[in-house]
Design a protein around this ligand. Structure first.
Ligand SMILES: [Zn+2]
Length: 423
């Protein structure tokens, strides 16, 4: 005989946090002028109430809720990692020694490494293999506190394999607790067999747009606009085709050189311009006017052993919304957004609160989802982290350690006492 024990609670109440980082809230207002919120009520997957623990506990019937004491801990929104290249096959760890020994990117490529190595490995991999690899990486991201990511294609670089990667991205979105938002990056680089015929390659990627739209395989279209990648003229042509097919736009912009890609992103109405290491103030002002998010990826110069990071304060002064993302890819195997926050502080002089805001609200805005995720406001998705830290400033200060103690995704506990909970 099975005895049914119902311990189904209506929701979760988090109380007594040493710091509650709400992010960019517009709906919550303190009930008392001196109220310092340290408590959240989560029900039906969303945040129902915010406030002072004693007031919240007085208002709610305690037996109906799972009460979680967050003393000496910090509560913040789940990370929104809005720039990843999640799906690829092949390991490139051997290239690190070559980089340390001073080999340039083109020398590594000529030796059979670099992006063409990844493209060959990814083309050779089955969908099942790519799904398994992506699921492992998503697990790593989740336990470090990431609850939503953007994921790009771009290692297929032909019709069949670009579609295969987009199918993988959509499949793992269904299977994994992390929400995965797909981007078509067929114009990542020109594949070897099209070198010298760049326009022909662009046309072949344009031909895929209607199918991707019809099958709803991607929400965004992206292109790498830079020296050594696609020109402004090529990028504008491609992105206008993407707009005509009703896609939203992102741009890998001005990473190597200031070619005017960030300016173009503003003119064409992209949601996000990413990298921006070489972008200048005039571009930042245009981005602010057009509402383009500056998506900064400090993991990339870090692994390239470069001293040149994006100019955070230039974007801040121009009042551009800044996002921080991992740029997870075979050359930047970074699944931990807590470390990205630390890099933002140490390498780009972001204040801890600014870096955390960029890694949550900024990422959400860069994905047009700032009304649902990225902040802990009333009615928003309950994607919540409980960190074993007394304050937000401790997050970058105690860097390179995983501080997630509990993770709540869509109102469900997916990690508790540092243990992953699987359904
Ligand atoms: Zn990228």
């Amino acid at each position: 005989m099975t005895i049914m024990i119902s311990n189904q609670k209506e929701g979760i109440i988090l109380t007594s946090a040493s710091e509650l980082f709400l992010g960019n809230v517009t709906k919550y207002e303190p009930i008392y002028s001196n109220e310092v919120p340290d408590s959240l009520v989560i029900r039906n997957g969303v945040i129902e109430a915010i406030g002072d623990s004693s007031r919240i506990l007085a208002e709610y019937t305690r037996s109906d809720f799972e009460i979680i004491d967050c003393s000496k801990q910090t509560i913040c929104p789940g990370f929104v990692d809005s720039h990843t290249h999640l799906v690829f096959a092949g390991d490139r760890s051997h290239e690190l020694s070559l980089k340390i020994q001073g080999k340039t990117y083109s020398e590594i490529s000529k030796g059979g490494g670099g992006i063409s190595y990844t493209v060959n490995q990814t083309r050779a991999a089955s969908k099942e293999e790519l799904v398994a690899l992506a699921m492992e990486r998503l697990d790593e991201m989740l336990v470090h506190g990431t609850t939503t990511i953007e994921a790009k294609s771009g290692y297929g670089l032909n019709a069949e394999d670009e579609i295969k990667i987009l199918e993988v991205i959509n499949e793992v979105n269904e299977k994994h607790p992390i929400d995965v938002i797909p981007t078509f990056l067929g114009c990542h680089v020109t594949p070897e067999d099209f070198i010298g015929n760049q326009w022909e390659y662009i046309e072949s990627m344009i031909l895929l747009l209607p199918e991707i739209k019809r099958r709803n395989l991607a929400e965004y279209v992206d292109i790498w606009t830079d020296q050594g990648a696609f020109s402004i003229e090529e990028s504008e042509y491609f992105l206008k085709e993407a707009l005509d097919n009703d896609f939203k736009l992102r741009v890998h912009a001005d990473e190597m050189e200031n070619v005017g890609a960030a300016l173009m992103a503003a003119t064409i109405g992209a949601t996000s311009a990413d990298h921006l290491l070489k972008a200048e103030a005039i571009s930042a002002r245009s981005m602010a006017d057009a509402g383009v998010v500056a998506n900064l990826l400090p993991g990339t110069p870090f692994v390239l052993m470069s001293k040149k990071y994006a100019n955070y304060n230039m974007f801040k002064d121009a009042e551009v919304t800044v996002a921080l993302s991992s740029d997870f890819n075979p050359n930047c195997y970074l699944t931990n957004m807590q470390f990205v926050v630390a890099l933002g502080c140490f390498m780009m002089k972001m204040l801890p609160e600014e870096a955390l805001l960029a890694a949550t609200y900024g990422g959400a805005k860069s994905l047009n989802r700032e009304q649902q995720i990225g902040s802990l406001d009333l009615g928003m998705n309950a994607d919540v982290l409980i960190l074993d830290l007394p304050s937000v400033s401790s997050l970058p200060y105690q860097y390179a350690v995983n501080h997630t103690n509990m993770i709540i995704k869509d109102g469900k506990i997916v990690m508790k006492n540092k243990e992953r909970i699987r359904e």
